[in-house]
Write a new protein. Structure first.
Length: 545
Protein backbone atom coordinates (compact mmCIF):
# COMPACT_ATOMS: atom_id res chain seq x y z
CA UNK A 1 0.00 0.00 0.00
CA UNK A 2 1.17 3.54 -0.77
CA UNK A 3 0.51 4.90 2.75
CA UNK A 4 0.38 2.92 5.98
CA UNK A 5 0.20 4.41 9.46
CA UNK A 6 1.15 7.95 8.42
CA UNK A 7 1.27 10.60 11.16
CA UNK A 8 1.75 14.25 10.22
CA UNK A 9 1.07 17.37 12.29
CA UNK A 10 1.54 20.79 10.70
CA UNK A 11 1.30 23.86 12.89
CA UNK A 12 0.15 27.32 11.84
CA UNK A 13 2.93 29.77 11.13
CA UNK A 14 5.48 27.09 10.21
CA UNK A 15 7.14 25.55 7.19
CA UNK A 16 6.88 21.80 7.59
CA UNK A 17 9.06 19.75 5.24
CA UNK A 18 8.15 16.27 4.05
CA UNK A 19 10.97 14.11 2.70
CA UNK A 20 11.31 10.54 1.52
CA UNK A 21 12.54 8.40 -1.35
CA UNK A 22 10.70 8.17 -4.65
CA UNK A 23 7.74 5.88 -4.09
CA UNK A 24 7.79 6.48 -0.33
CA UNK A 25 4.21 7.76 -0.46
CA UNK A 26 4.65 11.54 -0.40
CA UNK A 27 2.54 12.15 -3.50
CA UNK A 28 -0.24 9.85 -2.27
CA UNK A 29 -0.34 11.62 1.09
CA UNK A 30 -0.56 15.03 -0.57
CA UNK A 31 -3.34 13.84 -2.89
CA UNK A 32 -5.29 12.75 0.19
CA UNK A 33 -4.75 16.09 1.92
CA UNK A 34 -5.88 17.89 -1.24
CA UNK A 35 -9.00 15.78 -1.74
CA UNK A 36 -7.80 14.01 -4.88
CA UNK A 37 -7.83 10.62 -3.20
CA UNK A 38 -9.76 9.22 -0.23
CA UNK A 39 -7.93 7.38 2.55
CA UNK A 40 -9.04 3.86 3.47
CA UNK A 41 -8.39 4.47 7.17
CA UNK A 42 -7.38 7.28 9.50
CA UNK A 43 -8.50 10.85 10.05
CA UNK A 44 -7.68 14.37 8.90
CA UNK A 45 -8.29 17.43 11.06
CA UNK A 46 -8.07 21.09 9.99
CA UNK A 47 -8.00 23.72 12.73
CA UNK A 48 -8.90 20.99 15.21
CA UNK A 49 -12.01 19.93 13.30
CA UNK A 50 -12.15 16.51 11.68
CA UNK A 51 -12.86 16.76 7.96
CA UNK A 52 -13.55 14.53 4.98
CA UNK A 53 -12.56 15.67 1.52
CA UNK A 54 -14.37 14.31 -1.52
CA UNK A 55 -12.67 16.59 -4.04
CA UNK A 56 -10.07 19.35 -4.28
CA UNK A 57 -12.93 21.84 -4.03
CA UNK A 58 -13.53 20.63 -0.47
CA UNK A 59 -9.85 21.14 0.39
CA UNK A 60 -9.78 24.59 -1.22
CA UNK A 61 -12.88 25.55 0.77
CA UNK A 62 -10.94 24.71 3.94
CA UNK A 63 -8.02 26.90 2.82
CA UNK A 64 -5.70 24.17 1.47
CA UNK A 65 -3.97 24.82 -1.84
CA UNK A 66 -1.50 22.64 -3.71
CA UNK A 67 1.16 23.33 -6.32
CA UNK A 68 1.74 20.01 -8.04
CA UNK A 69 5.09 18.74 -9.19
CA UNK A 70 3.51 18.27 -12.62
CA UNK A 71 1.51 21.31 -13.52
CA UNK A 72 -2.30 21.37 -13.84
CA UNK A 73 -2.63 24.06 -16.50
CA UNK A 74 -4.55 24.33 -19.78
CA UNK A 75 -2.03 25.07 -22.52
CA UNK A 76 -4.59 26.70 -24.84
CA UNK A 77 -5.64 29.31 -22.26
CA UNK A 78 -3.88 32.46 -21.12
CA UNK A 79 -2.30 32.81 -17.71
CA UNK A 80 -5.20 34.97 -16.52
CA UNK A 81 -7.74 32.43 -17.76
CA UNK A 82 -5.92 29.60 -16.01
CA UNK A 83 -5.76 31.52 -12.75
CA UNK A 84 -9.44 32.51 -12.65
CA UNK A 85 -10.78 29.20 -14.03
CA UNK A 86 -13.18 27.82 -11.46
CA UNK A 87 -12.85 30.92 -9.29
CA UNK A 88 -14.60 33.48 -11.42
CA UNK A 89 -16.76 34.63 -8.49
CA UNK A 90 -13.75 35.83 -6.49
CA UNK A 91 -12.62 38.81 -8.57
CA UNK A 92 -14.44 38.40 -11.88
CA UNK A 93 -12.73 37.67 -15.17
CA UNK A 94 -11.64 41.15 -16.20
CA UNK A 95 -10.14 44.16 -14.50
CA UNK A 96 -10.66 42.92 -10.97
CA UNK A 97 -8.94 39.62 -11.66
CA UNK A 98 -6.10 41.33 -13.52
CA UNK A 99 -5.55 43.74 -10.63
CA UNK A 100 -5.43 40.90 -8.09
CA UNK A 101 -3.04 38.86 -10.24
CA UNK A 102 -0.71 41.84 -10.56
CA UNK A 103 -0.89 42.48 -6.82
CA UNK A 104 0.08 38.88 -5.98
CA UNK A 105 2.69 38.72 -8.72
CA UNK A 106 4.38 41.91 -7.54
CA UNK A 107 4.20 40.99 -3.86
CA UNK A 108 5.86 37.61 -4.27
CA UNK A 109 8.13 38.45 -7.20
CA UNK A 110 6.47 35.90 -9.50
CA UNK A 111 6.86 38.02 -12.67
CA UNK A 112 3.71 36.56 -14.22
CA UNK A 113 2.40 37.84 -17.57
CA UNK A 114 -1.40 37.49 -17.50
CA UNK A 115 -2.10 37.66 -21.24
CA UNK A 116 0.32 35.09 -22.69
CA UNK A 117 -0.76 31.57 -23.61
CA UNK A 118 0.48 28.93 -21.17
CA UNK A 119 1.70 26.79 -24.08
CA UNK A 120 4.33 29.45 -24.81
CA UNK A 121 5.75 29.38 -21.27
CA UNK A 122 8.81 27.55 -20.06
CA UNK A 123 8.81 25.23 -17.07
CA UNK A 124 9.77 27.93 -14.55
CA UNK A 125 7.06 30.32 -15.70
CA UNK A 126 4.44 27.55 -15.53
CA UNK A 127 5.45 26.84 -11.95
CA UNK A 128 5.09 30.49 -10.99
CA UNK A 129 1.59 30.51 -12.49
CA UNK A 130 0.70 27.50 -10.33
CA UNK A 131 1.93 29.23 -7.19
CA UNK A 132 -0.06 32.33 -8.08
CA UNK A 133 -3.20 30.22 -8.61
CA UNK A 134 -2.99 28.92 -5.04
CA UNK A 135 -2.43 32.35 -3.52
CA UNK A 136 -5.22 33.83 -5.67
CA UNK A 137 -7.70 31.42 -4.04
CA UNK A 138 -6.69 32.59 -0.57
CA UNK A 139 -5.01 29.41 0.63
CA UNK A 140 -3.95 29.38 4.30
CA UNK A 141 -2.15 26.05 4.03
CA UNK A 142 0.09 25.70 0.98
CA UNK A 143 1.38 22.36 -0.25
CA UNK A 144 4.46 23.00 -2.40
CA UNK A 145 5.78 19.96 -4.28
CA UNK A 146 9.39 20.56 -5.41
CA UNK A 147 8.87 24.35 -5.70
CA UNK A 148 12.57 25.18 -6.18
CA UNK A 149 13.30 22.63 -8.88
CA UNK A 150 13.75 25.28 -11.58
CA UNK A 151 15.02 28.25 -9.56
CA UNK A 152 18.51 29.74 -9.36
CA UNK A 153 19.96 30.41 -5.87
CA UNK A 154 18.85 34.05 -5.83
CA UNK A 155 15.29 33.04 -6.72
CA UNK A 156 15.33 30.32 -4.09
CA UNK A 157 16.40 32.88 -1.50
CA UNK A 158 13.57 35.17 -2.59
CA UNK A 159 11.04 32.34 -2.38
CA UNK A 160 12.23 31.37 1.09
CA UNK A 161 11.95 34.98 2.21
CA UNK A 162 8.37 34.99 0.96
CA UNK A 163 7.64 31.72 2.77
CA UNK A 164 8.93 33.21 6.00
CA UNK A 165 6.64 36.19 5.49
CA UNK A 166 3.70 33.84 4.88
CA UNK A 167 4.34 31.91 8.07
CA UNK A 168 4.75 35.16 10.01
CA UNK A 169 1.16 35.93 8.95
CA UNK A 170 0.02 32.59 10.38
CA UNK A 171 -0.04 30.53 7.20
CA UNK A 172 1.26 26.96 7.12
CA UNK A 173 3.44 25.57 4.35
CA UNK A 174 4.04 21.90 3.59
CA UNK A 175 7.31 21.86 1.68
CA UNK A 176 8.23 18.74 -0.31
CA UNK A 177 11.74 18.61 -1.72
CA UNK A 178 14.60 16.26 -2.49
CA UNK A 179 17.08 19.09 -1.94
CA UNK A 180 17.90 18.38 1.68
CA UNK A 181 20.10 21.44 2.09
CA UNK A 182 17.13 23.63 1.20
CA UNK A 183 14.88 21.66 3.53
CA UNK A 184 17.26 22.30 6.43
CA UNK A 185 17.47 26.01 5.64
CA UNK A 186 13.75 26.77 5.33
CA UNK A 187 11.88 24.22 7.46
CA UNK A 188 10.85 24.53 11.09
CA UNK A 189 10.10 20.82 11.32
CA UNK A 190 10.78 17.84 9.08
CA UNK A 191 8.82 14.59 8.74
CA UNK A 192 10.53 11.63 7.10
CA UNK A 193 8.54 8.82 5.51
CA UNK A 194 9.87 5.53 4.16
CA UNK A 195 7.93 2.87 2.28
CA UNK A 196 4.66 4.64 3.07
CA UNK A 197 5.21 4.96 6.82
CA UNK A 198 6.31 7.83 9.05
CA UNK A 199 9.72 6.88 10.41
CA UNK A 200 10.53 10.01 12.37
CA UNK A 201 10.61 13.77 12.70
CA UNK A 202 13.58 16.06 12.90
CA UNK A 203 14.45 19.62 13.86
CA UNK A 204 16.78 21.27 11.31
CA UNK A 205 19.10 22.67 13.96
CA UNK A 206 19.72 19.17 15.31
CA UNK A 207 20.27 17.18 12.12
CA UNK A 208 22.30 17.10 8.87
CA UNK A 209 21.54 16.36 5.23
CA UNK A 210 23.34 13.03 5.49
CA UNK A 211 21.35 12.01 8.58
CA UNK A 212 18.10 12.87 6.79
CA UNK A 213 19.15 10.88 3.72
CA UNK A 214 19.99 7.86 5.84
CA UNK A 215 16.60 8.10 7.57
CA UNK A 216 15.00 8.14 4.13
CA UNK A 217 16.79 5.05 2.79
CA UNK A 218 17.08 3.18 6.08
CA UNK A 219 20.84 2.65 5.84
CA UNK A 220 24.13 4.49 5.64
CA UNK A 221 25.03 6.19 2.37
CA UNK A 222 28.32 5.39 0.60
CA UNK A 223 30.93 8.14 0.48
CA UNK A 224 31.30 9.52 -3.07
CA UNK A 225 34.66 9.12 -4.76
CA UNK A 226 36.55 11.73 -6.74
CA UNK A 227 36.76 10.90 -10.45
CA UNK A 228 39.54 11.89 -12.84
CA UNK A 229 38.82 13.76 -16.06
CA UNK A 230 37.80 11.58 -19.01
CA UNK A 231 37.71 14.32 -21.65
CA UNK A 232 39.35 13.35 -24.96
CA UNK A 233 40.28 15.38 -28.03
CA UNK A 234 37.68 13.64 -30.24
CA UNK A 235 34.81 16.00 -31.17
CA UNK A 236 31.38 14.39 -30.99
CA UNK A 237 29.03 17.35 -31.36
CA UNK A 238 30.09 20.53 -33.15
CA UNK A 239 27.54 23.35 -33.15
CA UNK A 240 28.42 26.38 -35.25
CA UNK A 241 26.58 29.71 -35.29
CA UNK A 242 23.24 28.08 -34.51
CA UNK A 243 20.37 30.55 -34.69
CA UNK A 244 16.66 29.90 -34.15
CA UNK A 245 13.86 32.44 -34.38
CA UNK A 246 10.67 32.36 -32.33
CA UNK A 247 7.96 30.18 -33.83
CA UNK A 248 5.84 32.15 -36.27
CA UNK A 249 8.17 35.14 -36.20
CA UNK A 250 9.02 37.10 -39.32
CA UNK A 251 12.13 39.06 -40.13
CA UNK A 252 11.78 42.77 -39.66
CA UNK A 253 12.62 45.35 -42.27
CA UNK A 254 16.03 45.94 -40.71
CA UNK A 255 16.87 42.25 -40.21
CA UNK A 256 19.00 40.27 -42.60
CA UNK A 257 17.13 37.42 -44.34
CA UNK A 258 18.40 33.92 -43.67
CA UNK A 259 18.53 31.53 -46.59
CA UNK A 260 17.38 27.97 -46.10
CA UNK A 261 15.78 28.50 -42.69
CA UNK A 262 12.19 28.42 -41.59
CA UNK A 263 11.80 32.11 -42.28
CA UNK A 264 13.34 32.23 -45.74
CA UNK A 265 13.32 35.79 -47.02
CA UNK A 266 10.16 36.79 -45.20
CA UNK A 267 10.06 40.34 -43.97
CA UNK A 268 7.45 42.33 -42.16
CA UNK A 269 7.90 46.06 -41.88
CA UNK A 270 7.78 47.53 -38.44
CA UNK A 271 9.62 45.03 -36.30
CA UNK A 272 12.35 42.41 -36.14
CA UNK A 273 11.96 38.70 -35.42
CA UNK A 274 13.13 37.58 -32.01
CA UNK A 275 16.10 35.28 -31.95
CA UNK A 276 15.43 32.75 -29.23
CA UNK A 277 18.78 31.09 -29.97
CA UNK A 278 21.41 33.55 -31.14
CA UNK A 279 24.62 32.49 -32.91
CA UNK A 280 25.46 29.63 -30.53
CA UNK A 281 28.76 27.81 -31.05
CA UNK A 282 30.30 25.01 -28.99
CA UNK A 283 32.00 21.61 -29.24
CA UNK A 284 31.57 18.63 -26.92
CA UNK A 285 34.20 15.88 -27.00
CA UNK A 286 34.02 12.20 -26.24
CA UNK A 287 34.15 11.69 -22.48
CA UNK A 288 33.04 15.26 -21.77
CA UNK A 289 30.03 16.64 -19.93
CA UNK A 290 29.29 20.20 -20.94
CA UNK A 291 26.86 21.88 -18.57
CA UNK A 292 24.55 24.73 -19.58
CA UNK A 293 23.38 26.97 -16.75
CA UNK A 294 20.56 29.42 -17.27
CA UNK A 295 17.24 30.63 -15.98
CA UNK A 296 14.42 28.75 -17.71
CA UNK A 297 13.25 30.41 -20.91
CA UNK A 298 16.60 31.72 -22.14
CA UNK A 299 16.93 29.42 -25.13
CA UNK A 300 17.60 26.04 -23.50
CA UNK A 301 14.42 24.47 -24.90
CA UNK A 302 15.12 25.71 -28.42
CA UNK A 303 18.70 24.42 -28.20
CA UNK A 304 17.48 20.98 -27.17
CA UNK A 305 14.82 20.94 -29.89
CA UNK A 306 17.35 21.92 -32.55
CA UNK A 307 19.84 19.26 -31.47
CA UNK A 308 17.29 16.44 -31.38
CA UNK A 309 15.62 17.59 -34.61
CA UNK A 310 12.28 18.80 -33.27
CA UNK A 311 12.96 22.31 -34.54
CA UNK A 312 14.79 23.42 -37.68
CA UNK A 313 17.68 25.84 -37.37
CA UNK A 314 17.25 29.14 -39.19
CA UNK A 315 21.01 29.32 -39.68
CA UNK A 316 24.12 27.50 -38.53
CA UNK A 317 25.10 23.84 -38.57
CA UNK A 318 25.15 20.81 -36.27
CA UNK A 319 27.90 18.25 -36.74
CA UNK A 320 27.81 14.77 -35.20
CA UNK A 321 30.90 12.55 -35.44
CA UNK A 322 31.94 14.28 -38.63
CA UNK A 323 28.52 14.27 -40.33
CA UNK A 324 26.44 17.37 -40.92
CA UNK A 325 23.15 16.33 -39.31
CA UNK A 326 21.47 19.72 -39.64
CA UNK A 327 18.89 18.40 -42.15
CA UNK A 328 18.42 15.00 -40.47
CA UNK A 329 15.06 14.00 -39.04
CA UNK A 330 14.74 13.13 -35.36
CA UNK A 331 14.49 9.37 -35.94
CA UNK A 332 17.70 9.31 -37.99
CA UNK A 333 19.54 11.22 -35.25
CA UNK A 334 18.24 8.79 -32.63
CA UNK A 335 19.20 5.74 -34.67
CA UNK A 336 22.73 7.07 -35.10
CA UNK A 337 23.31 7.38 -31.36
CA UNK A 338 21.77 10.52 -29.88
CA UNK A 339 20.03 9.91 -26.57
CA UNK A 340 17.43 12.28 -25.17
CA UNK A 341 16.21 12.87 -21.61
CA UNK A 342 13.52 15.57 -22.06
CA UNK A 343 12.97 18.46 -19.69
CA UNK A 344 9.25 17.66 -19.26
CA UNK A 345 8.81 13.91 -18.88
CA UNK A 346 5.01 14.07 -19.08
CA UNK A 347 4.80 16.09 -22.28
CA UNK A 348 7.78 14.70 -24.17
CA UNK A 349 9.06 11.57 -22.45
CA UNK A 350 6.15 9.27 -21.68
CA UNK A 351 2.77 7.98 -22.76
CA UNK A 352 1.15 8.21 -19.35
CA UNK A 353 -1.72 5.83 -20.06
CA UNK A 354 0.49 3.21 -21.74
CA UNK A 355 2.21 0.35 -19.85
CA UNK A 356 5.85 0.64 -18.88
CA UNK A 357 7.06 -1.76 -21.57
CA UNK A 358 5.47 0.38 -24.29
CA UNK A 359 7.12 3.45 -22.82
CA UNK A 360 10.42 1.60 -22.96
CA UNK A 361 10.04 1.47 -26.78
CA UNK A 362 9.50 5.21 -27.28
CA UNK A 363 12.17 6.80 -29.45
CA UNK A 364 13.78 3.43 -30.15
CA UNK A 365 11.08 1.57 -32.05
CA UNK A 366 13.45 0.45 -34.83
CA UNK A 367 16.26 -0.69 -32.52
CA UNK A 368 17.01 -3.89 -30.62
CA UNK A 369 15.64 -5.27 -28.32
CA UNK A 370 12.44 -3.55 -29.41
CA UNK A 371 12.57 -4.72 -33.01
CA UNK A 372 13.52 -7.73 -35.13
CA UNK A 373 14.04 -6.44 -38.62
CA UNK A 374 10.94 -4.46 -39.53
CA UNK A 375 8.83 -6.15 -36.87
CA UNK A 376 8.18 -5.04 -33.31
CA UNK A 377 9.68 -7.45 -30.76
CA UNK A 378 7.20 -7.21 -27.88
CA UNK A 379 8.79 -10.01 -25.89
CA UNK A 380 12.24 -8.44 -26.20
CA UNK A 381 10.91 -5.05 -25.13
CA UNK A 382 9.13 -6.56 -22.13
CA UNK A 383 12.20 -8.51 -21.00
CA UNK A 384 14.39 -5.43 -21.28
CA UNK A 385 11.85 -3.34 -19.40
CA UNK A 386 12.14 -5.81 -16.49
CA UNK A 387 15.92 -5.38 -16.61
CA UNK A 388 15.61 -1.58 -16.51
CA UNK A 389 13.14 -1.76 -13.63
CA UNK A 390 15.60 -3.85 -11.61
CA UNK A 391 18.81 -2.09 -12.61
CA UNK A 392 17.45 1.43 -12.11
CA UNK A 393 15.32 0.57 -9.06
CA UNK A 394 12.04 1.65 -10.63
CA UNK A 395 9.48 1.08 -7.87
CA UNK A 396 6.54 -0.64 -9.60
CA UNK A 397 4.39 -3.74 -9.11
CA UNK A 398 5.09 -4.79 -12.69
CA UNK A 399 5.80 -3.68 -16.26
CA UNK A 400 2.14 -3.77 -17.31
CA UNK A 401 1.07 -0.87 -15.07
CA UNK A 402 0.73 2.54 -16.71
CA UNK A 403 3.44 5.18 -16.49
CA UNK A 404 0.88 7.45 -14.80
CA UNK A 405 0.76 5.08 -11.83
CA UNK A 406 4.42 5.69 -10.98
CA UNK A 407 5.73 8.52 -8.85
CA UNK A 408 7.54 11.29 -10.70
CA UNK A 409 10.96 10.07 -9.63
CA UNK A 410 10.27 6.52 -10.78
CA UNK A 411 9.03 7.83 -14.12
CA UNK A 412 12.33 9.69 -14.47
CA UNK A 413 14.35 6.57 -13.64
CA UNK A 414 12.48 4.66 -16.36
CA UNK A 415 13.34 7.34 -18.93
CA UNK A 416 17.00 7.47 -17.91
CA UNK A 417 17.21 3.68 -18.04
CA UNK A 418 15.60 3.64 -21.49
CA UNK A 419 18.05 6.17 -22.93
CA UNK A 420 21.20 4.77 -21.33
CA UNK A 421 20.30 1.23 -22.42
CA UNK A 422 21.02 2.08 -26.06
CA UNK A 423 24.56 3.23 -25.25
CA UNK A 424 24.29 6.61 -26.97
CA UNK A 425 27.36 8.41 -28.28
CA UNK A 426 25.83 11.78 -27.40
CA UNK A 427 23.28 12.32 -24.64
CA UNK A 428 21.08 15.39 -24.29
CA UNK A 429 20.23 15.35 -20.59
CA UNK A 430 17.71 18.01 -19.63
CA UNK A 431 17.13 18.00 -15.87
CA UNK A 432 18.00 14.27 -15.59
CA UNK A 433 17.43 14.11 -11.82
CA UNK A 434 14.49 16.48 -11.48
CA UNK A 435 12.09 15.10 -8.89
CA UNK A 436 14.20 12.12 -7.82
CA UNK A 437 15.44 11.37 -4.32
CA UNK A 438 19.06 11.51 -3.16
CA UNK A 439 19.64 7.80 -3.65
CA UNK A 440 18.25 7.78 -7.19
CA UNK A 441 20.10 10.99 -7.98
CA UNK A 442 23.41 9.41 -6.99
CA UNK A 443 22.60 6.32 -9.08
CA UNK A 444 21.80 8.42 -12.17
CA UNK A 445 25.00 10.41 -11.71
CA UNK A 446 26.96 7.17 -11.48
CA UNK A 447 25.36 5.93 -14.72
CA UNK A 448 26.33 9.14 -16.52
CA UNK A 449 29.87 9.03 -15.14
CA UNK A 450 30.29 5.38 -16.14
CA UNK A 451 29.10 6.11 -19.69
CA UNK A 452 31.35 9.18 -19.84
CA UNK A 453 34.35 6.98 -18.99
CA UNK A 454 33.43 4.90 -22.04
CA UNK A 455 33.42 7.97 -24.29
CA UNK A 456 29.88 9.36 -23.96
CA UNK A 457 29.54 13.07 -24.72
CA UNK A 458 26.85 14.80 -22.66
CA UNK A 459 25.04 18.11 -22.90
CA UNK A 460 23.72 18.66 -19.38
CA UNK A 461 21.01 21.25 -18.81
CA UNK A 462 19.85 21.51 -15.22
CA UNK A 463 18.32 23.94 -12.76
CA UNK A 464 20.27 22.18 -9.99
CA UNK A 465 23.48 24.21 -9.85
CA UNK A 466 25.18 21.72 -7.55
CA UNK A 467 24.48 19.04 -10.15
CA UNK A 468 25.90 21.21 -12.93
CA UNK A 469 29.02 22.05 -10.96
CA UNK A 470 29.50 18.49 -9.75
CA UNK A 471 29.05 16.68 -13.08
CA UNK A 472 30.36 19.10 -15.70
CA UNK A 473 33.82 19.15 -17.20
CA UNK A 474 33.05 22.45 -18.91
CA UNK A 475 30.34 24.88 -17.90
CA UNK A 476 28.69 27.66 -19.89
CA UNK A 477 25.96 30.16 -19.11
CA UNK A 478 23.09 30.92 -21.49
CA UNK A 479 21.25 34.23 -21.29
CA UNK A 480 18.70 35.61 -23.76
CA UNK A 481 19.58 32.93 -26.29
CA UNK A 482 23.35 33.48 -26.21
CA UNK A 483 26.20 31.69 -24.49
CA UNK A 484 27.46 34.61 -22.44
CA UNK A 485 29.88 33.20 -19.88
CA UNK A 486 32.25 30.33 -19.20
CA UNK A 487 32.80 28.99 -15.69
CA UNK A 488 35.32 26.60 -14.19
CA UNK A 489 33.35 23.86 -12.38
CA UNK A 490 36.29 23.33 -10.03
CA UNK A 491 36.11 26.85 -8.60
CA UNK A 492 32.79 28.53 -9.37
CA UNK A 493 30.17 28.81 -6.63
CA UNK A 494 26.40 28.46 -7.10
CA UNK A 495 25.98 32.11 -6.13
CA UNK A 496 28.45 33.27 -8.80
CA UNK A 497 26.78 31.05 -11.36
CA UNK A 498 23.35 32.32 -10.37
CA UNK A 499 24.47 35.93 -10.82
CA UNK A 500 25.75 35.22 -14.32
CA UNK A 501 22.51 33.39 -15.17
CA UNK A 502 20.41 36.43 -14.31
CA UNK A 503 22.62 38.76 -16.34
CA UNK A 504 23.95 40.58 -13.29
CA UNK A 505 27.35 42.18 -13.77
CA UNK A 506 29.88 41.91 -10.96
CA UNK A 507 33.53 42.58 -10.32
CA UNK A 508 34.64 39.00 -10.91
CA UNK A 509 33.21 38.84 -14.46
CA UNK A 510 35.69 39.54 -17.21
CA UNK A 511 35.09 40.17 -20.92
CA UNK A 512 35.97 37.33 -23.24
CA UNK A 513 35.96 37.24 -27.00
CA UNK A 514 34.37 34.58 -29.18
CA UNK A 515 35.53 33.57 -32.64
CA UNK A 516 32.73 33.36 -35.21
CA UNK A 517 33.51 32.78 -38.90
CA UNK A 518 36.99 34.16 -38.38
CA UNK A 519 35.79 37.46 -36.95
CA UNK A 520 35.99 38.54 -33.34
CA UNK A 521 32.77 39.52 -31.60
CA UNK A 522 31.96 40.75 -28.13
CA UNK A 523 28.70 41.28 -26.32
CA UNK A 524 27.99 44.74 -24.99
CA UNK A 525 27.78 45.68 -21.32
CA UNK A 526 29.81 42.74 -20.09
CA UNK A 527 27.29 40.02 -20.90
CA UNK A 528 29.96 37.82 -22.51
CA UNK A 529 32.18 36.95 -19.56
CA UNK A 530 34.31 34.43 -17.77
CA UNK A 531 33.32 33.45 -14.25
CA UNK A 532 36.23 33.11 -11.86
CA UNK A 533 36.56 32.41 -8.17
CA UNK A 534 37.92 35.51 -6.47
CA UNK A 535 38.46 33.95 -3.04
CA UNK A 536 42.03 33.96 -1.77
CA UNK A 537 41.72 30.32 -0.79
CA UNK A 538 41.11 27.51 -3.24
CA UNK A 539 37.54 26.21 -3.39
CA UNK A 540 37.13 22.74 -1.89
CA UNK A 541 36.78 19.94 -4.40
CA UNK A 542 33.14 19.11 -4.95
CA UNK A 543 32.25 15.65 -3.71
CA UNK A 544 30.16 14.97 -6.77
CA UNK A 545 33.05 15.42 -9.20
Amino acid sequence: MANHDIHLTVRKGTVHALVGENGAGKSTLMKILYGMQKPDEGTIAVDGEQVTFSSPADAIARGIGMVHQHFMLADNLTVLENVVLGSEKLYGIGGGARKKIKEISDRYGLNVRPDVLVESLGVAERQRVEILKVLYRGARTLILDEPTAVLVPQEVDALFSNLRELKSEGLAVIFISHKLGEVLSVADEITVIRRGTTVGTAVPAETTSRQLAEMMVGSELPTPETAESTVTDQPVIEVNNLTVYAAGASLGAESEPTAGGLLGDAAVAGGAAKRVLDDVTFTIHAGEVMGIAGVEGNGQTELIDALIGLKNADSGTIGFLGDDITPWATRRRREHGIGYIPEDRHRHGLLLEAPLWENRILGHVTEKPNAKGVWLDIKGAQEDTRRIVEEYDVRTPGIDVTAASLSGGNQQKLIVGREMSHKPKFLIAAHPTRGVDVGAQAAIWDQIRAARREGLAVLLISADLDELIGLSDTLRVIYDGRLVADADPATVTPEELGSAMTGAASGHLEHVEEEADGAESTVENGAQSTVENTDDTAAPEDEAR
